[in-house]
Write a protein that binds this ligand. Sequence first.
Ligand code: HEC
Ligand code: HEC
Ligand code: HEC
Ligand code: HEC
Ligand code: HEC
Length: 166
Amino acid sequence: MPKKIIFSLYLVLVIGAVVVYWSKIGEPNIKQPIQFNHLKHKEVADCETCHKYIKEQAFASLPVKEDCAACHESPITDSPEEKKLLDFIEKGKNISWARLYELPPHVYFSHKRHVTIGDLECKSCHGYMADQQSPPKKPLVALMMDDCIACHRSAGIKTDCIACHR
Ligand code: HEC
Ligand code: HEC
Ligand code: HEC
Ligand code: HEC
Ligand code: HEC
């Protein structure tokens, strides 16, 4: 009898922990190592300065500290966030930006294809990223399968499953 009670209590605890864990996952709260301001860089650099491969590769890429050091070798503002950046550069530490958009591995997506051949603007998929004054905690636009297919339909592009799933 007591054994059964102990077992049930144990089960309740385990299920409770799993529920809490899942509810935390569902809540996007992406944190970045530096409060980067896209808007302040809009006039001084194009997207390609920091997202170097948008026109050449499937992936866009996030900037490395050397990309920032091109302009931030020494302080140009009195922002504490810039101090953090200079610290990364001085110590030779990599800045690990968290990903905002990331498809599951079974989906194939190419920036080169959409940006060059498709001639699409970044904002048609990423919203007003260029005007953000601090890093968003979740994607500005949730890009789900239905959104990909809706645009493909209206543009007359293939919507076979294997066009996107490999
Ligand atoms: C092409 C030059 C250039 C590059 C490359 C560049 N910056 Fe800047 N950055 C600037 C200028 C200019 C300012 C000052 C903008 C202002 O105050 O209006 C600035 C300001 C800042 C600030 C202070 C802004 C604030 O919130 O007050 C931070 C932090 C910063 N940059 C981070 C970065 C990071 C991180 C990178 C690399 C991912 C980077 N910058 C790359 C030119 C650049
Ligand atoms: C000076 C460097 C710099 C420039 C220029 C820049 N970005 Fe970024 N971008 C970053 C950094 C740093 C992050 C990660 C932090 C954040 O979310 O703000 C980022 C994140 C992003 C992301 C989210 C990527 C992901 O999934 O994690 C998108 C989308 C993006 N930028 C679009 C743009 C567009 C569009 C432009 C041009 C209008 C642009 N960026 C110009 C530095 C830059
Ligand atoms: C047709 C929709 C679409 C367009 C247009 C688009 N992106 Fe993306 N972007 C995505 C998707 C989807 C992902 C996630 C890709 C993945 O996980 O493989 C992504 C990811 C990113 C990332 C994260 C890092 C990486 O290497 O994947 C950055 C940065 C980014 N995009 C910047 C840009 C910029 C800058 C432009 C404009 C030049 C742009 N994107 C245009 C859909 C788009
Ligand atoms: C705003 C419109 C738009 C959105 C959103 C969009 N696409 Fe596309 N896609 C295009 C266009 C336009 C082309 C055609 C480019 C070309 O001619 O190769 C294309 C082509 C493709 C191709 C090549 C198809 C072929 O013929 O082999 C793949 C794969 C693809 N997209 C995947 C995706 C995925 C995955 C997403 C969602 C994450 C997505 N696309 C979202 C407009 C879009
Ligand atoms: C234009 C691109 C595109 C096409 C065409 C497409 N998918 Fe997807 N699919 C995606 C993307 C992007 C995701 C990941 C985002 C999401 O879950 O919505 C996805 C996710 C999925 C998932 C996983 C859903 C989940 O909850 O994890 C399944 C299953 C799937 N697709 C089946 C299909 C089938 C079957 C077809 C053909 C009838 C198809 N897809 C056609 C882009 C596409």
